[in-house]
Design a protein around this ligand. Structure first.
Ligand SMILES: [Zn+2]
Length: 239
């Protein structure tokens, strides 16, 4: 699936910029709230994050989205057809319903303990808070998720003042800095509250992303997550 998606982004690149070599493209799914996707260029490589609510979007719509995102990145005129095929899907009742359902299920909390079998979230939170926030972030209720989710690794629920971290990370095969990184990301959501502009929610603002890069092992952590989603998925299926 990911390989097919990468091919679509490469195709879009060639479409807009046929004379230049296509840069390395990385595509992953990311637990954005609502229908949201990002594309960015870092060290000559392209990183695409597609919102998990679109994880089973049909390929023709992914193709439309690829042309939209690459067109935005390269500041090119996006062909009307590409925009239409993607926006028809993103406006569909099925997707709207799924986005709403994902928000509802996140509102239904099974609160367990912050102490996992390997990592203690309270202890990790305190350490990250000292290192990056001078201890200024008030500690929310921190719990390991009931299920071993592998695409959604952490979630901050501002309404309930609660942070849940995927139980799939409570494992000796997961380095501690990965758990710290996911906790750090959720803490940034506390430090950067959601902005509402014209009825749209903005969670990962440019200021958020700038702060996110201050994490000492930022590149290593991003790389580890990208390379281990498959293993986390396998572990989640084993239960
Ligand atoms: Zn986030």
């Amino acid at each position: 699936m990911i390989d097919q998606l990468i091919a679509l982004y490469e195709e879009a690149y060639r479409f807009y910029d046929p004379k230049r070599a296509v840069p390395p493209v990385h595509v992953s799914f990311y637990p954005y709230i609502g229908i949201n996707h990002t594309i960015r260029l870092r060290d000559g490589e392209v990183f695409v994050r597609i919102g998990t609510v679109c994880s089973d979007m049909p390929l023709p719509c992914h193709r439309g989205l690829a042309y939209v995102l690459v067109g935005k990145l390269l500041r090119k005129r996006i062909p009307a057809g590409a925009r239409e095929v993607y926006s028809a899907y993103s406006k569909s009742d099925a997707l709207r319903e799924r986005a709403a359902a994902s928000k509802r299920s996140r509102g239904r909390k099974v609160v367990t303990s912050s102490k996992g079998s390997v990592y203690d979230l309270d202890e990790i939170f305190d350490a990250v808070n000292q290192q990056y926030f001078a201890g200024s972030i008030p500690r929310p209720a921190l719990t390991w998720s009931a299920r071993k989710t592998y695409r959604i690794l952490g979630h901050h629920d501002a309404t309930h003042g609660h942070v849940a971290i995927s139980r799939s990370l409570d494992s000796t095969s997961v380095p501690r800095y990965i758990v710290e990184y996911v906790v750090f990301h959720e803490m940034l959501h506390i430090a950067h509250p959601t902005k509402h502009i014209n009825g749209r929610r903005y969670n990962h603002t440019p200021a958020f992303r700038r702060d996110e890069r201050k994490f000492a092992q930022y590149d290593a952590a991003e790389k580890w997550i990208e390379q281990n989603v498959r293993n986390l998925k396998k572990a989640a299926k084993r239960k």
